[in-house]
Design a protein around this ligand. Structure first.
Ligand code: AP5
Length: 200
């Protein structure tokens, strides 16, 4: 089983790269942003509640996100693996994910951290705002999302570095190039994983 996390600030290309990774490695894409936006679009009570956070550029409370994630993941437990996109975003979420996966003996294999300069992130998201229809793609809210990332999510880099699972990729490069670097890292991880299991 191959479990990956694609990690990075808003606009770093997590969604763009996830689509390609899913196609190449046949993983299930779990994007908490997409799950929460579906609830908003369907006008569910949960959607109405999470909108209060998303429209302000704030994180949705951990317990809500975790419940959504568990529900979705549990319907795909026979999958060849998952790519987590936009999750985890807090230490509480990371610890909960570790517990969930370790219980099933399917831990996270690799965390791919995509690095992009802040002004480029802002430029990309303002560009996307022209046709994304996303209520959180506006200049003030984008700035807040970037700030929230720095304060609440960036510390996860140290969390995964301690576990020896993180690799960094230059996300300033063109999409194909970024994808190439990600594939190199994932393929190396798969080779290492296989040689460990043969050695056992
Ligand atoms: P979420 O949906 O996760 O959004 P995000 O992290 O803000 O990231 P984006 O989707 O904006 O960007 P991305 O990194 O996927 O980049 P993309 O590929 O789209 O979260 C939204 C909100 O939901 C949060 O603010 C929070 O409120 C809530 N939420 C979600 N998960 C949560 C959680 N776990 N806990 C609590 N709350 C949660 O690319 C962006 C643009 O750049 C596109 O136009 C793309 O074409 C372009 N682009 C991509 N790659 C490149 C490249 N290499 N070169 C040039 N342009 C590029």
């Amino acid at each position: 089983m191959l479990n990956l996390i694609i990690f990075g600030p808003p606009g770093s290309g997590k969604g763009t790269q996830s689509a390609r990774i899913v196609e190449k490695y046949h993983l299930i894409h779990l994007s908490t942003g997409d799950l929460l936006r579906d609830e908003m679009e369907n006008g569910t009570p949960l959607g109405k509640m999470v909108r209060k956070y998303i429209d302000k550029g704030l994180l949705v409370p951990d317990e809500i996100v975790l419940k959504e994630l568990y529900q979705k993941a549990s319907t795909h437990m026979d999958a060849p693996g998952f790519i987590f996109d936009g999750f985890p975003r807090t230490i509480v979420q990371a610890e909960a994910l570790d517990r969930l996966l370790e219980k099933r003996n399917i831990p996270i294999g690799l965390v791919i951290s995509v690095e992009v300069d802040e002004e480029e992130l802002f430029r990309r998201l303002m560009g996307r705002a022209e046709d994304s229809g996303r209520s959180d793609d506006s200049d003030v809210i984008i700035r807040r999302r970037l700030e929230v990332y720095k304060q609440q999510t960036h510390p996860l880099i140290a969390y995964y570095r301690k576990q020896g699972k993180i690799i960094t990729v230059n996300g300033m490069a063109p999409v194909d190039e970024v994808f190439g670097k990600i594939c190199q890292a994932v393929d190396k991880h798969l080779i290492d994983q296989n040689s460990h299991s043969v050695a056992k």
